[in-house]
Design a protein around this ligand. Structure first.
Ligand code: SF4
Length: 275
């Protein structure tokens, strides 16, 4: 049933988006023992989610509602498959020898892996017992859930900072920037290796002052190995339509190579390694 005053809420996805930012169902369904996780999918052979060749596990559950999200079908836990930690560990063990020989490991992505902090904690711990490199792909919004013990089993954090200006961040994600900044600062204090990821969307995140502010924030951090500028593209838009969501970036073009280069140069000029 569409809610009063929300005529766009034509599907249950729309209704939950309209209830965001709280999305209480996600929080309440986390299994505190980590015995089960809600998993969207696995990808084997990834070479972009950390060093070497990797297995990437995409978890369900996310508090953000990014305008350009490629995987809106990961937003809600129960849209995933419920998997026991034992089954996940067994599957991972089957790849361990190959992953070690290819200098790779396990990346946990999403959705947001820290929605299911207990399950992902156990999976990272299992990966370290198997001798694998581990990477956490996160927006940082729930960074407080990754306590120091959690991070001991994480070798690399892929930290998506979606905007520097809080107003733009809220427009893009419907959430506050501050928890991500606090998490980035904590990772710097811990000297935890980080690759910052920044999605470049023309007309949304490309303002020179926005890029400049982020570059100046990151540059002094000795733990940030790379800034990765990811050009916006339309490949996820079909999913929005398929599940009945309105996709607001329909008319947005990918950044030109000139714009992409300008942003890369802004990061480099501030002293970041950017690619
Ligand atoms: S943080 Fe990732 S999964 Fe969550 S809405 Fe944004 S792009 Fe989608």
């Amino acid at each position: 049933m569409a809610m009063l005053g929300e005529p766009w809420a034509t599907s249950r996805y729309d209704l939950r988006v309209s209830q965001s930012p709280d999305a209480p169902d996600v929080d309440q369904l986390d299994d505190s023992s980590g015995g089960y996780g809600w998993v969207h999918s696995y990808e084997t052979g990834s070479t972009v989610d950390g060093p070497g060749v990797r297995v990437t596990v995409f978890m369900n559950g996310c508090f953000l509602r990014c305008m350009y999200c490629h995987n809106p079908d990961t937003w809600h836990l129960r849209d995933g498959t419920r998997v026991s930690i034992e089954r996940a560990e067994l599957a991972l063990a089957g790849y361990a020898t190959a992953l070690r020989s290819m200098g790779g490991g396990l990346t946990i992505s999403g959705g947001e892996p820290l929605v299911q902090a207990a399950f992902t904690r156990r999976l990272f711990s299992a990966a370290k017992r198997l001798g694998l490199h581990t990477a956490l792909d996160t927006s940082g919004f729930l960074g407080v859930r990754a306590d120091d013990e959690y991070l001991e089993n994480v070798d690399l954090v892929l930290l998506d900072i979606k905007s520097w200006e809080p107003g733009t961040y809220r427009k893009v994600t419907r959430q506050d920037l501050q928890p991500t900044i606090a998490f980035a600062e904590r990772l710097a204090r811990l000297n935890k290796p980080v690759w910052v990821r920044f999605v470049l969307v023309p007309g949304l995140t490309d303002a020179p002052a926005n890029v400049e502010g982020l570059a100046r924030f990151i540059a002094p951090m000795g733990n940030v190995e790379w800034v990765e500028v990811l050009p916006f593209h339309q490949m996820g838009s079909f999913k929005w339509k398929a599940i009945g969501l309105r996709y607001k970036l329909e008319g947005t073009e990918p950044p030109t190579s000139d714009l992409h280069n300008r942003v890369l140069e802004q990061f480099r000029a501030a002293g970041c390694r950017a690619r």
